[in-house]
Structure formats: structure tokens, C-alpha cells
Write a new protein. Structure first.
Length: 400
């Protein structure tokens, strides 16, 4: 499958350091955005109990009325653009709910919800590489870690502050430099794991960096210190919480950076990439493996791989999660019996000796090729009186 992409819309995220006045203005904006979202959600929920629907236009009219009240007059002190955008986000949340793509929208929490505000072109000015937001006297002090595409101008800008206190600005731009890469015949099967993060059908194994385990001692110490602090909004507890958040941010940043490098390499080197369709949210219910699976970030790996493949004209095939990739001999196609996780190497009756992960990656590649060539869905192989599954046909086809 080839995807032709003339250009894509990309978000370029940068860290910035606001002045005290800018930080105060943005903090007020975050609070107003949260307040408007919760008010609109409450109004729509109340209407929902009466079997009525309230749309974006009606909540926009409500916002105008709220601003005229004495109790909510403070909403006039911040830019109206982020307030209108949060109503649009709520409308999107309800659209996803009614389409059964998401659960019912939830109220935003002052302590737990993400602090962010979105500005459109009417609420910002971008000139000569300097970004100025509405209600601000001067531009933001942005650290330009990489340049924007030549001639690109942000259509929307999202300002956020993470739990570690860092400020970020994300600019959504049209990137004309992204397009399909030169086609290649290379294809690879990828088996994810915990001992090794990735095992490729070529036999290459990529080590699992285990970022969370590396900082586990520091994190545990910081969490114990936080637990000893009296609950409330005291300065000591706030400093202890910030220290924990910084360690979590360091772990997440390193993990994300490693996954970006891996997925970019796979997309550049291969035309077709075959992975397994895993339900990670169910797998993390295993108490023994939940921490290790979360640290491996398999879901994020797949997400990055899929959007980069779409950008660059590559194909990602997800094989059915019940396909017995580990127990199927990649040489003769014989399906083995039970195979516990501690069995890492096994021998087939045909004489082939398999590394469990490499064998799984090769079977995934063969199954993905069958899906691409035959259009067949890959399900667990059954013992049938006659004929072969599409996967088995593909295995036979590549035998000498």
C-alpha cells in the first residue's frame, strides 16, 4: 500500500521561559479555560438528563451570558480565544461519545488535569520568529531547538505547563517537506518484548533500556519524602511533589526520545512493517508485569510507527493478537503445544532450533505478507482436513 502525501500538518513543540507577568496571565487563562469547560459540561449534562441536546453554538451563547454576571466577570480578564476553543474541544468530546469512540466527557480537575490553552490565529501574532499571544505585551522567550519549516506559519498554538513546572508551546503548521520516501522491497517483522524491547525478523535484537528501572531508586526516595509531608498546599509538600514530577518527566522524555529514534529508523529502512495487534490496556492488568509493560510503552511505539508510516508512504500491518507467532515453526509451519514464557529456545520436530522471539518475528512477517498479498485475515491456525491458511501458503512460497 502506498500513501501519497503532499503535505502534513505537524505540531512543533518547544520549551519556553515566561516572565512573571506572562506566567501569571497564562495561569489565569488555564483556570478560566477549566472553569468554562466544566460549566459547559454541567449545562450539557443537565440538558442530557432532560433528553435535550446542547450544541457548541448554544454553549457559546451561554459563555457570553456568563461573562455578564458578577460572579463570572473574571472571564473577561483573559483572551476569549482559548475559552471558545475549549467549547469546541467539548463539542468534539461529545461527538466522539455519541459515535461510541469515547466515554462520556469528564470534569476537569484543578490538581490533576492538564494545564493548557489553545490559541488560533486571531489570538496570536507570529512575526520574524517571535510569538506573541493575546493579552501579552511582549513575545515568549522560546528555545528554538529546531527550526520551523521554511515559510511555515502556525495555524494554532497550544501553551501548556506540565506537572514538573515546565512551560511548552506547540505550534501546528503545514509541513511541505514531508512526503513519500523512495519505495523499497525491504520488509520486517517486529516482535515486542520485555527482555528485549524489539526483536526483528532479521535476527536483530534491540535492548530494552528500562528507563523507569534506571531511576526507580531515586523515584522511590522522592515518593517517600512526599508521603511524609502533611497534606495540603504547603510549600514543603509542593517542593516534594515537584521533585517527584521532575523524575517522572525525565523518565518519560528519555523513553519518548528512544522510541522516536527507533520508529524513524524502521520507517526509513523498510517498506512494510508487520507488528502484532496487542491490547496493552488489558495486559497491564497483570500485576507482575504491569510496571515493565508500561515502561516498554508498546502502545506509544505503535502510535509513532503508524503515523510516520502514513507520512512517508510506508505500510504497517497489524496481525491478529491471537495468531500463535511464538508456537508456530517458521520453517515447517508445525504448531507446538503449550509454551510458557520462561521457554526462550525450543526445537521443532523438523529439527529446526528456534529462538522464541526471532521465530515470532519471522512468523509475523510471513503472516503480514500473506495479508498484503492475499487479503486474508490472520487467525490462529487450525488443523483442517485440507488446504492451508494464507500464512502457511506464504511460508511455503518463500521456502527454496
Amino acid at each position: 500500500m502506498s500513501v501519497t502525501v503532499n503535505h502534513v500538518r505537524r505540531a512543533f513543540k518547544y520549551r519556553f521561559y515566561p516572565t512573571d507577568a506572562q506566567a501569571a496571565e497564562l495561569s489565569r487563562t488555564f483556570g478560566c479555560v477549566r472553569k468554562v469547560y466544566n460549566l459547559a459540561l454541567a449545562a450539557r449534562t443537565e440538558a442530557w438528563t432532560r433528553q435535550e441536546r446542547v450544541n457548541y453554538n448554544q454553549t457559546s451563547a451561554l459563555l457570553t451570558a456568563w461573562k455578564k454576571t458578577e460572579e463570572l466577570a473574571f472571564l473577561n480578564d483573559v483572551s476569549s480565544v482559548p475559552l471558545q476553543q475549549t467549547l469546541r474541544h467539548l463539542q468534539t468530546a461529545f461527538t466522539n461519545f455519541f459515535s461510541k469512540r469515547a466515554k462520556y466527557p469528564r470534569f476537569k480537575s484543578r490538581k490533576k488535569s492538564r494545564k493548557s490553552a489553545e490559541y488560533t490565529t486571531s489570538g496570536l501574532r507570529f512575526r520574524d520568529g517571535r510569538l506573541t499571544l493575546a493579552k501579552m505585551a511582549g513575545p515568549l522567550d522560546i528555545v528554538w531547538s529546531r527550526p520551523l519549516p521554511e515559510g511555515a506559519k502556525p495555524s494554532t498554538v497550544t501553551v501548556s505547563q506540565d506537572s514538573a513546572g515546565r512551560w511548552f508551546v506547540s505550534m501546528l503548521c503545514d509541513d511541505l517537506t514531508v512526503g513519500p520516501l523512495a519505495a523499497t522491497d525491504a520488509a520486517v517483522g517486529v516482535d515486542v518484548g520485555l527482555n528485549h524491547l524489539l526483536t526483528l525478523s532479521t535476527g536483530e535484537k534491540i535492548a530494552n533500556p528500562r528507563h523507569e528501572r534506571t531511576d526507580r531508586a531515586r523515584l522511590a526516595k522522592a515518593q517517600r519524602a512526599l508521603a511524609r509531608k502533611a497534606r495540603g498546599d504547603g510549600a514543603n509538600r509542593r517542593r516534594a511533589r515537584l521533585k517527584v514530577a521532575k523524575i517522572h518527566a525525565r523518565i518519560a522524555d528519555r523513553r519518548r526520545d528512544g522510541l522516536h529514534k527507533l520508529t524513524t529508523r524502521l520507517v526509513r529502512e523498510n517498506q512494510t512493517i508487520v507488528i502484532e495487534d496487542l491490547t496493552v490496556r488489558n495486559m497491564v492488568r497483570n500485576r507482575s508485569l504491569a510496571r515493565a509493560i508500561s515502561d516498554a510503552a508498546w502502545a506509544e511505539f505503535r502510535s509513532l510507527l503508524e503515523y510516520k508510516a502514513q507520512w512517508y508512504g510506508r505500510e504497517v500491518i497489524a496481525v491478529d493478537r491471537f495468531f500463535p507467532s511464538s508456537k508456530l515453526c517458521s520453517v515447517c509451519g508445525t504448531l507446538q503445544g503449550k509454551m510458557p514464557l520462561h521457554v526462550r529456545t525450543w526445537k521443532c520436530a523438523c529439527g529446526a532450533i528456534h529462538d522464541r522471539d526471532v521465530n515470532a518475528a519471522r512468523n509475523l512477517l510471513a503472516a503480514g505478507r500473506a495479508v498484503s498479498a492475499c487479503g486474508a485475515g490472520v487467525r490462529p491456525q487450525r488443523r483442517t482436513p485440507g488446504g492451508q491458511s494464507a500464512m502457511k501458503q506464504e511460508v511455503s512460497r518463500r521456502e527454496p
